[in-house]
Design a protein around this ligand. Structure first.
Ligand SMILES: [Zn+2]
Ligand SMILES: [Zn+2]
Length: 190
């Protein structure tokens, strides 16, 4: 089925190519058309470069810091983005600024490993305090939430209710923080 479709698709193309080859000028046009120029589009705050089927991987993502997702430091995709910008292509918007660390006010960096699965909050690390400041901030938030409203489901006659701390206690959070510190011995604040 697939082969039948393919040969049907190729047929008009082949016919066109043979007719073009008779004309030497048109043959030049055909040759340049074969080299597919990479297409550059904006994806979030990065550039998505598509090389077409001839290249593997076809898609490369280039950051504003000229780093390519494929890992090659001199990737053609980086050059393609440079050419695209030189030709007046639209610049990708700057990535949204990471909020300052609520513990010490330093820069923070996203850390997907600590994204809250249920709370839908984004995980991060602090430039100075690392994961410790994230966990400290989270502990504070859980304490505050609990002080404001300890009930997830308030008690009703014949039903004891569910307290927030029954799901995630701040002590639990503290324990994770200590565990990370003990395991890695990493204390950037020390
Ligand atoms: Zn690349
Ligand atoms: Zn911090």
């Amino acid at each position: 089925m697939k082969t039948a479709l393919l040969s049907n698709d190729l047929e008009p193309l082949e016919r066109r190519n043979t007719s073009i080859q008779r004309n030497p000028k048109a043959s030049l046009i055909r040759d340049t058309a074969v080299i597919v120029a990479p297409t550059v589009t904006i994806q979030g705050s990065q550039y998505l470069v598509h090389f077409g089927p001839a290249k593997n991987p076809r898609y490369h993502t280039v950051t504003k810091n000229k780093e390519c997702s494929c890992g090659a430091s001199y990737c053609e995709a980086i050059e393609a983005v440079r050419q695209y910008l030189l030709a007046g292509g639209t610049r990708a918007p700057d990535p949204p600024a990471e909020p300052a660390c609520p513990i010490c006010g330093s820069k923070t960096f996203p850390d997907r490993n600590w994204d809250g699965k249920y709370t839908r909050t984004l995980g991060w690390r602090c430039e100075k305090g690392g994961l410790r400041h994230f966990l400290e901030a989270r502990t504070e938030r859980i304490k505050k939430q609990f002080a404001e409203n300890p009930w997830l489901i308030p008690p009703a006659p014949g039903y004891p209710g569910v307290r927030r701390d029954e799901l995630m206690t701040w002590e639990e959070c503290e324990a994770i923080r200590r565990k990370v510190f003990l395991e890695t011995g990493y204390d950037p604040t020390a």
